[in-house]
Design a binder for this molecule. Structure first.
Ligand code: ATP
Length: 362
């Protein structure tokens, strides 16, 4: 039996807005789950229903097999870290960490042991006497995390906890949070709109759009086997390239080239899509410069190059079709030249132009 079970969860706000539709998910004890999706897709609403801060309009929420819909936030044994980490400014780091336990009437020596232990895990031992204003953003964030994990709770919820940090701090805190999760082992549900954060931290990712789950899977599954164009485009940076075209004689036109879809689809599927629209998708990093066998080979104009250090993003186009391809920085093509590149069949995806679902390859 799963530790947390969300069964057909819906949220309809009092103004009638249906923010979450039929959300189904089982979460095992100790799992690190990331909810990702664009702004407004229902991530925070889902998290707040799990926390007990928002009532569930329809469906069942079970903790360890027990229905928890009507349980108050405290009863649920859940701790939450929000975007704004709101530390008590007049209290020292020690007192901020100890506050929840003090309220519970825990003995001082037990509190001291716990605070010291958490401070050690979080690298805050040297800062226990400081007030929050004398800490960096990352250190404050660690205190906020520490305040949540110091209470022994079953579930740890985080809503965009790194959004107030700069890019470098985010990367550091990302690995710190996964490290803490490994040490503490609490079931964690983490909301972010940042797919890189989700890819690097999660055991499993839930991709949401417009209140609906699009796909649930490991980072590997979502990257290599996206179920639809939305997930394919959301996971990966720069995003997957797409071009739509009507199938004509088993081929589609891409960058003025004829792409024979029978190389990657079964004969029956090719027949089924004759006269219909499909979208070819491939990732910027899924291409090889030059012409190669067992690949779709394209020739395109080089419009822009962005050297990023470990690779270069090259913006290429022919007419209306434009793509980004990632190349080795030493192979960066000259601007305004033409470049030939190959998309190995194994790296090409086809999507149904209407439903946007991926078409199964042969
Ligand atoms: P973000 O990344 O911007 O925080 P989100 O994915 O967390 O977005 P939610 O905050 O869950 O999205 O909001 C989902 C939808 O529900 C949005 O369209 C939002 O406007 C709407 N919504 C949120 N709170 C309420 C409310 N109290 N009443 C009505 N609609 C609401």
């Amino acid at each position: 039996m799963a530790y947390l079970s969300l069964q057909g969860i819906n949220k309809i706000y009092p103004n009638g807005f249906h923010a979450v539709h039929d959300f189904n998910l089982d979460i095992e004890q100790g799992e690190f789950i990331c909810l990702v999706g664009p702004s407004g897709c229902g991530k925070s609403t889902t998290l707040r229903m799990i926390a007990g801060l928002e009532n569930i309009s329809k469906g069942d929420f079970l903790i360890d097999g027990v229905r928890a819909n009507e349980m108050g936030p405290r009863e649920r044994e859940i701790a939450m870290v929000f975007q704004s980490y709101a530390l008590y400014p007049h209290m020292s780091v020690y007192d901020n960490l100890a506050f929840g336990l003090t309220l519970q009437g825990v003995d001082d020596d037990v509190i001291e042991e716990k605070v010291n232990n958490i401070a050690k895990i979080l690298g805050l031992t040297d800062y226990l006497d400081r007030k929050p204003r004398a800490l960096s953003g990352g250190q404050r964030q660690r205190v906020a995390v520490g305040r949540a994990i110091i209470r022994k709770v079953g579930v740890f919820l985080m809503d965009e906890p790194l959004s107030n940090l700069d890019a470098k701090q985010r990367v550091t805190m990302r690995s710190e949070i996964t490290d803490i999760h490994r040490k503490v082992g609490s079931t964690t549900i983490y909301v972010t709109h940042d797919q890189t954060e989700a890819m690097t931290m999660a055991d499993r990712i839930v991709v949401m759009k417009d209140g609906y789950i699009q796909q649930v899977g490991t980072p590997y599954e979502l990257y290599f086997n996206p179920v639809n164009m939305f997930v394919a485009g959301f996971i990966g940076e720069p995003p997957m390239n797409f071009v739509s075209s009507t199938v004509n004689g088993g081929c589609i036109e891409v960058l003025n080239s004829s792409v024979d879809i029978s190389h990657i689809l079964s004969d029956d599927t090719v027949k089924k899509y004759e006269g219909k629209t499909v979208a070819l998708g491939f990732r910027p990093e899924g291409v090889v410069l030059g012409a190669q066998e067992n690949s779709y080979v394209f020739e395109a104009d080089v419009d822009l190059t962005e050297l990023l250090g470990d690779n270069t993003n090259v913006y290429v186009s022919v007419g209306e079709d434009s793509f980004i391809i990632k190349v080795d920085p030493h192979d960066t093509p000259e601007l305004d030249t033409r470049v030939t590149f190959s998309v190995p069949y194994a790296n090409a995806y086809l999507f149904d132009g209407e439903s946007e679902f991926v078409i199964e390859k042969k």
